[in-house]
Design a protein around this ligand. Structure first.
Ligand SMILES: NC(=O)c1ccc[n+]([C@@H]2O[C@H](COP(=O)([O-])OP(=O)(O)OC[C@H]3O[C@@H](n4cnc5c(N)ncnc54)[C@H](OP(=O)(O)O)[C@@H]3O)[C@@H](O)[C@H]2O)c1
Length: 322
């Protein structure tokens, strides 16, 4: 089968279209015939080898890609709840062999049935970003109906899902983003918007229950400001797990009896099913990504790195016949 692999860390050009054996699923795995694979910031980090802790655990050569939509081709003998031919979406075993490939074998527990009302290309942009938002907001942020949440980076792939999930439980959503994204954010239900380029959220926001940092910013001074806008006993959740809270942030949190959490996404079938129901009911809209074909992975990564593209990029692996 064809796969985009790296045998060394580095610039986008280290990704090569290679012919390798089709993987064989283990007893708890499914073999997915990949239709499309989402491209996420972490793919670029893995490819570049820029996170030492992550790179240390990786065996090269390897296939990138941890956002998948496709059809089940084979099931391991212990897998239940799926059958051959099911259309599924999910996150293959991170940070192992990924889905920039014609097939991927991965744990069945990290997949669910694809929402019927979206195509494979759109579905491939959902799992990683949506699970990142879900884990951070509900598992770590404990967001509840009627609470107030500040979502920093509301216009991003993770942020867009976070806004919609928070609205689905009738929370009050304040989002930070650049003004270009305000129309989109109003359409998906944000209650208040702050342009991070011209406004200071710390002057405009008070007493939120949860601050959710899903922007690309890594800055502990900004986090200290986030603590200022929390209620006592509030929760600051960041998905930027590669950038720990410093002493000042921890001290600021302690002074207000607040909690700080670094949230890594958890790929759980039951959450993907909940997310699927929200998509099927129309409560959550999936943004359309920019489509590249598999062998254009180098171009896709380069565009993201040069910041010459907005929104989600998708690598289409097969024609969308379903
Ligand atoms: N922990 C995990 O499991 C996990 C999983 C996936 C992603 N992540 C992390 O989550 C973050 C977001 O990922 P993504 O895929 O959503 O990226 P993305 O689509 O590139 O979104 C990043 C967003 O950050 C916003 N932003 C930039 N500077 C900002 C600022 N000063 N204040 C507020 N917002 C700002 C941008 O807004 P504008 O476009 O409006 O300027 C952009 O929409 C990344 O840092 C990524 O590494 C973590």
């Amino acid at each position: 089968m064809k796969a985009i692999r790296i045998s060394e860390f580095g610039l986008p050009k280290v990704m090569e279209l290679t012919e390798i054996d089709r993987p064989v699923p283990k007893s708890d795995e499914i073999l997915v015939k990949v239709y499309a694979s989402g491209v996420n910031p972490v793919d670029l980090v893995v490819r570049a080898g820029s996170n030492a802790a992550l790179s240390y655990n990786l065996n090269l050569p390897m296939t990138l890609g941890w956002d998948t939509a496709g059809v089940i081709e084979e099931l391991g003998e212990k897998v239940t709840g799926f059958q051959k031919g099911d259309a599924v979406y999910g996150v293959p075993n991170f940070p192992g062999e990924g889905s920039y490939a014609e097939y991927v074998a991965a744990k069945a527990s990290r997949f669910a049935l694809k929402p019927y009302n979206i195509c494979f290309n759109d579905a491939a942009g959902v799992p990683l970003a949506a699970l990142t938002a879900w884990t951070a907001m509900f598992e770590f942020g404990k967001l509840k109906m009627g609470q107030r949440i500040l979502i920093q980076g509301a216009s991003g792939s993770v942020g867009g899902f976070a806004v919609q999930f928070a609205k689905s439980i009738e929370a009050y959503v304040i989002g930070t983003a650049s003004a270009d994204s305000f129309d989109y954010l109003r359409q998906i239900g944000a209650d208040e918007l702050i342009d991070y380029k011209t406004q200071k959220f710390e002057d405009l926001v008070k007493k939120v229950d949860v601050v959710l940092e899903v922007s690309s910013v890594r800055d502990n001074n900004e986090r200290e400001k986030s603590v200022q806008v929390l209620k006592n006993n509030g929760i600051l959740v960041s998905v930027n797990t590669d950038f720990p809270f410093n002493e000042e942030v921890i001290h600021a949190l302690d002074k207000k009896n607040c909690r700080g959490e670094l949230s890594a996404n958890q790929a759980r079938k039951e959450w993907l099913e909940e997310i699927g129901k929200l998509i099927e009911s129309g409560k959550v809209k999936v943004p359309q990504g920019k489509i590249f074909v598999l062998h254009e992975a180098v171009e896709a990564h380069s565009l993201i790195e040069n910041k010459s593209v907005n929104g989600k990029l998708i690598l289409q692996v097969r024609e969308q016949d379903q």
